[in-house]
Design a protein around this ligand. Structure first.
Ligand code: ZN
Ligand code: ZN
Length: 357
């Protein structure tokens, strides 16, 4: 296949100023491939990148945004024998340096050389060039072959699933029979709902404020949904868990009250996983955790190859990304796409960009 010299890409020029411009198509290094991008999803983190930036982000006027993407390999470096030209792949964001203590132990999303490209670290769309472009280079460590029956569009939800799975993993991983409370029915909460079910949880309880999303959660496997605007969360959770509280709480809302809700609804000795980022500092009664031996876990992104494992679950039909996809735009309409995502126009959840259109 002929590789073009130029491409269209979304470049960040300043905070809140990104433009669709022409750029050179990048060349893969020895351990990298060139991906022709077919789909790239918009995620809340992209909004943070655009409005506030990221530590160690590429320079303004050069940095290409977008981190949840999939496409076809069209060129590869000399040492790459893990993948072939023509392979359909989905990417994960983080390629650790591979030489720091955390990377060696598998925690490459918390790499100690985060953002240092001279040491081999890359996080496409966060520190290095990303996927709101027609082409991107990816290190082999960040690629997973897509089974034929998973579309590019659906596959962009796999980072979300990988993050949820990594969170469950870090909190012990083994949840058969456990009652799980998921706070927040956004993409992370809805993926967590499916994963809890797929991993054999007891009762899966999903809470939130939007009926439409809660109803979707029910279709995706939640045994019980609680609209906290209409019902008392604590009373309902007690009722559903024989007065004990949830064995595991997945905090996927990142709201002002949600950590407090987690603390009040977890079983004594239970576990809380914080999957969301908070907009501001939050105030919560952490003594509740200390008093009752509750452990709180956090994860950064999708470590421990959890993207690959989530992809396996998707391939087996145990989780699906399809119901999360709501809107599609070509790259030239990226601004409209972001507006749709941020304002949640027409129930927008996962908004997908098609850079080749
Ligand atoms: Zn993301
Ligand atoms: Zn590292």
């Amino acid at each position: 296949m002929e590789i073009p010299k130029k491409m269209r890409a979304a470049v960040l020029y300043d905070f809140n100023d990104y433009r669709i411009v022409e750029r050179d198509v990048p060349s893969p290094g020895p351990d990298e491939v060139l991906v022709k991008i077919d789909a790239c999803g918009i995620c809340g983190t992209d909004v943070k990148v655009i409005t506030q930036g990221m530590p160690n982000m590429g320079p303004m006027g050069e940095f290409i945004i977008g981190h949840e993407y999939a496409g076809t390999i069209i060129a590869k470096g000399d040492t790459v024998d893990e993948f072939d030209i023509g392979n359909r792949v989905v990417v994960e964001i983080h390629k650790g340096c591979g030489r720091c203590r955390n990377c060696i132990m598998g925690q490459y999303t918390a790499c100690l050389n985060y953002g240092d490209t001279s040491k081999g670290h890359r996080a496409n769309g966060l520190t290095t060039n990303g996927g709101f472009a027609q082409y991107a280079v990816n290190h082999v460590n960040t690629l997973y072959n897509l089974p034929d029956h998973i579309t590019f569009d659906e596959s962009i939800t796999i980072t979300t699933a990988g993050t949820c799975l990594y969170g469950i993993d870090m909190a012990g991983g083994y949840i058969p029979g456990d009652n799980v409370l998921i706070i927040g029915p956004g993409p992370i909460g809805l993926m967590s709902t499916q994963l809890a079910k797929a991993l054999g949880a007891g009762k899966v309880i999903l809470s939130g404020t939007r009926d439409e999303r809660l109803e979707l959660g029910k279709k995706l496997g939640a045994d019980y949904i609680i609209n906290v605007k209409k019902e008392n969360l604590n009373d309902r959770v007690k009722e559903l868990t024989d007065g004990l509280g949830a064995d595991l709480v997945l905090e996927a809302a990142g709201g002002k009250e949600s950590l407090q809700q987690a603390l009040e609804n977890v079983r004594k000795g239970g576990r809380i996983v914080i999957l969301a980022f908070y907009k501001d500092k939050v105030c919560a009664d952490i003594s509740l955790a200390v008093k009752f031996g509750v452990n709180i876990y956090t994860v950064r992104g999708e470590g421990n190859m959890s993207v690959g494992r989530a992809l396996s679950l998707m391939s087996q039909g145990r989780i699906t990304g399809k119901p999360l996809l709501t809107h599609y735009f070509p790259l030239d309409k990226l601004h409209e796409a972001f507006k749709t995502f941020v304002e949640r126009t027409d129930g927008a959840m996962k908004v997908v960009i098609h850079p080749q259109e």
